[in-house]
Design a protein around this ligand. Structure first.
Ligand SMILES: Nc1nc2c(ncn2[C@@H]2O[C@H](COP(=O)(O)OP(=O)(O)OP(=O)(O)O)[C@@H](O)[C@H]2O)c(=O)[nH]1
Ligand SMILES: [Mg+2]
Length: 283
């Protein structure tokens, strides 16, 4: 009767469905459902930070485990992570062949964690910019929200310590720009301390995520929001990296500038979610 097309797809236009789904209720996640949480920590030359960071994370909650995603760091971070993991079953390591970027490190970490059934997956930097003391607040907030974002600019307050003024202004205005272009209703779209319920990552087609630098953070939140998941922000104190070298580059900033327009374009043309074409079976 309906010619093979699902009835609900005919009744509600996709834009109205997307609008309504924004307000769908996120059922509360009980403590029993949140049994295992994975903190994904991408590393590139973080040997000065990792041995201090790991015990600090693990001490915050017994449900927390860690996945270090190391890109063959020349300073031996991967080997160090391996040694820690050998003695601590709550620590895991994923090695990649070379420096492939932050975004793909997280995507590989998400896939690893989803396959192993973690209930909640975190993104967290290795350089102590993200204070492990905030982890319990995230665990509490994710009982209510599908995605929890650690925010440096919540309620008009800037909670960033030790950044040069130029970097702070860049980040602050980049956030305003990202919000203006994408419509994302959050104060800090480029922050990288965040936490997803597994359902969110399972619903996003990770193979379609294109960004790799700062834009990766915007893209993940944008895709989750467009799927109708609820985003919640908690204030965090962000401290400039303690030890080691920055990987920040002009290329990363340039990517973010044009990528937000691409996200908007994909969204308004309905291509954000479009299925990849089916492979044609040849003879
Ligand atoms: N696996 C992997 N990790 C990376 C890569 N680039 C950066 N990281 C890690 O991602 C996290 C964030 O990178 P940072 O260099 O701190 O970037 P940032 O916070 O924007 O800049 P700074 O704090 O100034 O260094 C850190 O834990 C890095 O070690 C990469 O290509 N691969
Ligand atoms: Mg950093």
């Amino acid at each position: 009767m309906w010619g093979g097309v699902r009835r609900d797809r005919l009744c509600i236009p996709p834009n109205i469905r997307a609008f309504l789904s924004r307000y769908k209720h996120s059922p509360r996640l009980s403590a029993r459902q949140l049994e295992r949480a994975l903190v994904i920590v991408p590393t590139y030359n973080e040997s000065e930070n990792l041995p201090r960071l790991i015990p600090s994370i693990l001490s915050r909650d017994e449900r927390l485990e860690i996945l270090v995603v190391d890109d063959a760091s020349p300073d031996g971070t991967g080997k160090m992570a391996e040694e820690i993991a050998a003695a601590q079953p709550r620590v895991h390591v994923l090695h990649r062949a070379g420096k492939l970027g932050l975004g793909t490190a997280y995507l590989d970490g998400f896939r690893w964690g989803l396959q192993r059934g973690y209930d909640v997956l975190f993104e967290m930097d290795a350089d102590f910019s993200h204070d492990p003391a905030h982890l319990p607040q995230f665990l509490e907030a994710v009982e209510t929200y599908d995605v929890v974002l650690g925010s440096r600019y919540l309620h008009g307050r800037v909670t960033v310590v030790n950044w040069p003024i130029g970097r702070l202004l860049l980040s602050y205005f980049a956030n305003m720009y990202a919000g203006w272009v994408t419509g994302l209703p959050i104060a800090d779209a480029t922050g990288g301390f965040k936490c997803f319920r597994r359902e969110v990552l399972a619903a996003i087609d990770l193979d379609r995520v294109e960004s790799n630098g700062y834009a990766f953070q915007i893209e993940m939140s944008f895709r989750a929001w467009k799927k109708g998941f609820r985003l919640g922000e908690i204030p965090i104190m962000f401290v400039d990296r303690d030890q080691g070298e920055s990987k920040m580059s002009k290329k990363i900033v340039r990517e973010a500038v044009w990528r937000v327009w691409r996200l908007r374009f994909l969204s308004v043309t309905g291509r954000l979610e479009r299925k990849a074409p089916k492979a044609v079976s040849g003879g």
